[in-house]
Every structure is written in C-alpha cells, then in structure tokens.
Design a binder for this molecule. Structure first.
Ligand SMILES: *Cc1c(COP(=O)(O)O)cnc(C)c1O
Length: 368
C-alpha cells in the first residue's frame, strides 16, 4: 500500500542534508549563534528574491505580524480587518498590539473577500490584513484601491506566500509591511521556528529592527522598548542554504498541483483551486492544495485507508468559531466552507507519481 503522509518531517533534513550540514557546521564552528552575518546574508538575499528593500529576520511568523503591526503604528483604538479563514496567529497579533480585529469572509478563492472588507470598514479602521493563504495572492488590485480611497494601511500575512506573485509582485510586498513564516512545513521551512518582516518603508524597517532586539541600536544602546525576537543565526544559515533551492521547490509543488487539477477536473463533487498558470497574473506557490469536497469526511477516511494523509486547516475551526477568544462575527460563507474544505498532500517531496496515486484515490472515493 502507498504511504503518502501529509508532510514528511524527517525528509526536511534528509533530502537537504548535503546542502545544509556544511552551513550548520560552519556556524557552529564559528560559534556564531545570535545576529551574526548569516542573518544579515539571509535578509539581504530574501530581499532580492522578493524585490523588497528591507527584510528583518525575527523569531517566528507570529512575532513578525506583531512587530509589523507595531512598526506600522497600529495600536489601541484601531480596527484591523482580517479574514476569519486564517491561523489564529494573525488575529492574536492584532489583539496583542491592543487593536481590535474585525473578521470578514473569504471568497471563492478562499482568500479575503474585498466585498466583505467594504462592508466591515468603520471610522476606526486603520488597516487591512490580507492573508496570502495556500501560496496564492489575494485580489490586491481591489484591496489597494480600497485602502487608498479610505486611507488604510495594508499589512500582509504572507506566512504561506513566500515565492507567490501577482502581476510580478511578490506576496508580502504590496502594503506598508508583510510577514513570512519559516515554520518547517512552510514553503521555505527551517529546522524550528523562524519568520521575517518585509517592507519598503525605511521607518518601519528601523522600528522593527529595534523591536526585535530589546530596543537596541547598532551600537547596542537601548533607545526604546523592545522584545527578544531575533531570527536564530543557525536557522538563518539553514534558510540561506535552502533559499538557493526555492524555485525548484515551488516548481515541484506546481507540478503536483497540475497533476491534481488535470486528474480531478471532471469530479463534480469537488472544487479545485486554479491550476498553475505560466501566462496569467497569478504565480501560485502552492503552500497548500485546499479543495472543497462533498462528503469531505468520507473522502478523508477513504484516503486514510489508502495510506494518504489529508488535513483541514486550523484543525477545522476558523477563527470566528473559536469560542474562547470573545470574538463575535457572523460569517455564514466561512462556516459553510469549513464543512467542505480539506487539503490534499502538497509539498516539495511529492513526485508526480505520488500525485497520481492521490488523484486515483480521490476518484475512487467518488466511484469514478
Ligand atoms: C504559519 C502561519 C502563521 C504563523 O507562523 P509561525 O511561524 O508559526 O508563528 C501566521 N499566519 C498564517 C496564515 C500561517 O499559516
């Protein structure tokens, strides 16, 4: 029987050991643990990759959101519009800067619905946080127009969007600041936690640099309040090594997506994300392959019997349904989506043959 786990964590090291081991040895032999040249090199190279002036490595993607919001001046009294179909971290970051999250629906693309943003805006709205979920960029044309017309900031949660583009522009680089996560299962994953803030704004960059390291300037003087949220130097070295393979890793994800889209296009019981398209405006990085399926739970059981992993995002609970957070929002379309959504295996380790095996099992479940 086939065994296709949703994500094969040991392979993260095994497949790249020849690449990352020398980089790790080098860091350890230099004793270069905290904010050394590996962090700086990585920030510089990632900035070139996404076409942004500043990248600031931080401890994880959640801190990246918190520091980006603070760096952009979001705080008490402000409302920030964010989709409910996101990781709780996006909303927690808004909460912990003292602002109020206002949750909205997602559209057919599973990304923030610009129409619902229009509905949710109030006199206290300061920012919109699009979440570039599944490695796809939201409808930024409309969001940018709307933000400009209402004098709102855009702060992107691009934790899942490293390498994704829209009209040639990289996820994370549309608004005043964006954020990435290097959690192991993310597109660019390290061997633990890691994250970054990306910005073209010199003031935001300067502020985030201070915030991540105890408010200390380049001479080590404390000039403001800050946190300890540095990207670990060892992780930066790992990320630096892996960054040289990011195009290949995304290409592999797109190949897997193409197989799924081709094999499942005629299955009436499921809805697929758009297929990878080399000519259109969207260059999707396929962090995830999230479908909608009739008899979703039956499909998952069938895949499990065939040795194939699947996952529902956020443990199956969008943020507005998390009763412990004291959030009140009525979002029927997101409720409905969470009765149907599920992710098929999608990562750089899968072959096209693996994708065919998964596709066959899905078809088999629907008796096709
Ligand atoms: C992974 C993720 C985060 C948080 O990243 P961490 O590095 O785990 O803190 C935030 N938002 C989204 C959409 C994510 O997928």
């Amino acid at each position: 029987m086939s065994t296709i786990p949703f994500f094969d964590y040991p392979r993260l090291y095994r497949d790249d050991a020849a690449l990352v081991r020398p980089a790790m040895d080098d860091v350890l032999e230099r004793g270069a643990y905290i904010l050394q040249r590996d962090v700086e090199d990585f920030e510089h190279r990632l900035g070139e990759f996404v076409g942004a002036r500043h990248v600031i490595g931080v401890a994880n993607g959640t801190d990246a959101l918190l520091l980006a919001l603070r760096g952009a001046g979001i705080g008490p009294g402000d409302e920030v519009i964010v989709p409910s179909h996101t990781y709780v971290a996006s909303v927690a970051a808004i909460h912990f800067v003292g602002a109020t999250p206002v949750l909205v629906e997602c559209g057919d693309d599973h990304l923030i619905d610009p129409d619902d943003v229009t509905r949710a805006v109030s006199s206290r709205t300061r920012a919109i946080m699009p979440v570039q979920l599944n490695g796809r960029v939201a409808d930024m044309d409309r969001l940018e127009d709307f933000a400009a017309a209402h004098d709102l900031l855009i702060i992107e949660d691009a934790a899942q969007g490293v390498g994704a583009r829209l009209g040639g522009r990289a996820a994370g680089t549309f608004g005043i600041a964006g954020t990435y996560s290097f959690y192991p299962a993310k597109i660019l994953g390290c061997f633990g936690d890691g994250g970054a803030v990306v910005t073209n704004d010199d003031d935001v960059a300067a502020s985030v640099r201070l915030l991540r390291d105890h408010g200390r300037d380049e001479d080590g003087r404390v000039i403001t309040w800050g946190f300890n949220s540095r990207l670990d130097n060892l992780q930066a070295a790992v990320l630096n090594a892996k960054l040289s393979r990011i195009d290949d890793m995304i290409q592999q994800r797109r190949k897997v997506a193409a197989v799924y889209c081709e094999m499942l296009a005629d299955v009436a019981a499921i809805e697929l994300p758009p297929a990878p398209d080399d000519a259109g405006p969207h260059y999707d990085a396929f962090q995830n392959f999230e479908i909608e399926a009739e008899d979703r739970d039956g499909l998952r059981s069938h895949l499990r019997r065939r040795g194939i992993g699947s996952l529902i995002q956020w443990g199956g609970t969008p943020v507005h349904q998390m009763s412990g957070l004291g959030i009140e929002a009525v979002l029927p379309r997101t409720d409905r989506l969470f009765e149907r959504c599920v992710m098929l295996p999608m990562n750089q380790f899968l072959t096209e043959q693996d994708a065919k095996t998964v596709g066959d099992a899905v078809r088999e479940h629907y008796s096709l």
